[in-house]
Every structure is written in structure tokens, then in C-alpha cells.
Write a protein that binds this ligand. Sequence first.
Ligand code: NAD
Ligand code: IPM
Ligand code: MN
Length: 364
Amino acid sequence: MKKRIAVLPGDGIGKEVTKGAINVLQAVGERFGHQFEFTYGSIGGGAIDAHGTPLPEETIEVCKKSDAVLLGAVGGPKWETLPGHLRPEKGLLRIRKELNLYANLRPVSYYSSTAATSPLRQEVIEGADMLVVRELTGGLYFGKPSERSTAENGEDSVVDTLFYKKSEMERVIRLAFQLAEKRDKKVTSVDKANVLESSRMWRETAEEIAKEHPAVKLEHMLVDNAAMQLIRNPKQFDVLVTENLFGDILSDEASVLTGSLGMLPSASISENGPYLYEPIHGSAPDIEGKNIANPIAMILSAAMMLRTSFNLDKEAAAVENAVKQVLESGSKTSDIALPGQKTIGTAEMIEEIKATILDNQAVM
Ligand code: NAD
Ligand code: IPM
Ligand code: MN
């Protein structure tokens, strides 16, 4: 089978970890007899430097013509002082909008081999398994107006707008329920309905969609409480669905349950594809170029792509098992190692996972 994949490495460690996904997909292709064709596109700070825009039209075209998109990460100090519409992050927001990626799925899984580096005690996180479903193309990220102005008395003021259409809430909440049907049949809808009108509509919508899914239990939780409950008792969550900004914040928080932000993959879903796959972490300028970034979030994003876009279940499982096997063998990047433990670099981790995928071929 031949699949066309658009690859947007982006900035900072985005470029380093993207190599991991490509290497792993090549190993999967070799082992299972698939052909993956990679077309590279620029996005973020690198695209600003080369083309004067964080998302060139050509990149959008490449993505639209592909079966799936892989994205590293964008951003960095070099571009932080640019005006809002010219920042690297704007490129990421625009590609999400152009491809209509209305839902971002962020699975948080427990790994016994990295549990020791979680800030939480083992018994609190053991067996935790949740899916954060984040609305991705609405809310404060896209509402208009979003601008500064100066009043007659000379004082600066600013506005960002939280805008949602009912249909935008319905489709992402419906998807969360459909996914919960295949899991533990519980949806926690997170909002701030005690304050925000948008959250009151979100809560009503969740109640309506729940009627379509009688086998799934719906629970509402205020976002401040949810931030606390994630740390106090993460095992209570199955599917957590929430609007764009709350989902951004809560998923970074949830990522440390697995031991590190460098472990969490994601899939962004639209109605007709192509879907986009990216780690939830950013370009990590503090560790860029040091060969210490954990490539696993990106590699697991490629596994999500195999399963979700291409229906290649056994290939996705081969990648996930290789990751587990390598971690269990004791190989760790520094973010998931205990103090004093020996660590390996980004390139070595990629090589070990790739070799494990190919080695396992011999025993099958
Ligand atoms: P970040 O996610 O880049 O990093 C946060 C912390 O986690 C840093 O200490 C970093 O070293 C560490 N970290 C992140 N990924 C890691 C990995 N794979 N392995 C080991 N450690 C890892 O967030 P930030 O520092 O707040 O943001 C840096 C830049 O990235 C900003 O420009 C921001 O806008 C951008 N960003 C981009 C995306 C994206 O492209 N999807 C996501 C988040 C942040
Ligand atoms: C993420 C990032 C982005 C977001 C930024 C870089 C625009 O934090 O993918 O989680 O907030 O969506
Ligand atoms: Mn984020």
C-alpha cells in the first residue's frame, strides 16, 4: 500500500523528533511491505525566515493533497517579538483551521517503566488511562475581535473573543461520546459554567448529545476542580472533553502522569481528512540541538497515524510495543530517567526503537 505523508518538522526539537517518526515509518514499511512517500513542507519560524510567512500556501497545498500530515513543533525565542499575525504559532493555528481539524485527541497512558519519574506516587497513577478530547478550531484562539486599542484618555486596552457556534460544540462532544463507547463509557465534560455563558451552552450541548448515547455516563466538572482532580485521582477519568484553551492547559498537566511531556502524542481529526499528527509538546528551545529531546511523543504520533488514518492496526501495535520494549530494557532519555541513571540521546533512542521494530520481524 502506498501512502502520501506531508511532513512539517517545524522548529527547535520539532526537527529532531520528526526524524524519529520518519525512521520508524521506514522500518514499518520495510517490515510490513508498505510504501510511505514523504513530502516536506515548511511551517513556523523557519518558514518566516525563508518565505516571510509562518505558513506558505505551498505547504497548505502539500497537506491537502496528502493522506496524512505529520508535524513536529513550531516557535522559539528568535520569533517571540514579532507581531501576533506573524508568529510561528499562527502557522500552526492556520493549518488546523485550513484542514478543519476540529478535534484533537490526546491519549494519556500509564507506562510502568516511566512511572518512577512521575511527580505523583506510583499508586495514584498506576493503570491511569484517559483520552483528552480538545476542541481545536474555535474558542479564544480564533474569536474576532482579538486586538489592542487605545482609549481617548490614552490608556491601552485589549480584547480576545471566546466565540463558539453550537454546531462546533456538538461535533466535538459527539466524537467524545463515540470514542467513550469503545472505552470505559464515561465522559467528563469540563467547563466553567459557573461563570462563562459559552460554558453554559457547552454544558447544555453535552446533555443533549448524552441522550444519543445512553450507555455512556456523562459527568460535568468545573475546570479549576478538574485541574486538581487530575492530580488527586487521575484514574477517575476515561474520556475528558473540553474547549480549546482548557484542553491545551489540562493536557500538558495530564502529560506528566506518564512521566514526561515528551511521551504524549496526539491526533487531530476532521470530517473528511487528511488528519494531522503531532506531539503535544513544543519546540523546547531550552534543549534544542543537544540530542536530549525525547522522540517518543512524535513516534507514538506516527503510530496513531498508522491506526487512525491508514487502519494499520498491527503496524501501529508494532511501533507501540517496540517503544514499550525499549523502555523496559532500561533505555531512557534524560526526561524519563531517574537522577544518576544512565541515559541515551534522541538519535540513540530512535535507533533502538527502529532496530526493535525490525528485530521483532525475525521472531514473528
Ligand atoms: P515546550 O513544550 O516546548 O517545553 C516545555 C518544557 O518541556 C521544556 O522544559 C522542554 O525542554 C520540555 N520538553 C518538551 N518536549 C520535550 C521532549 N520531547 N523531551 C524532553 N523534554 C521536553 O513548551 P514551551 O517551552 O512553553 O514553549 C516553547 C516554544 O514552543 C514556544 O514558542 C511555544 O509557542 C511553542 N509550542 C509549540 C507547540 C506546537 O508546535 N505544537 C506546542 C507547545 C509549545
Ligand atoms: C499545542 C500548543 C499550541 C496550542 C500553540 C503553540 C499554538 O500549545 O499544540 O498544545 O496552544 O494549541
Ligand atoms: Mn499546548
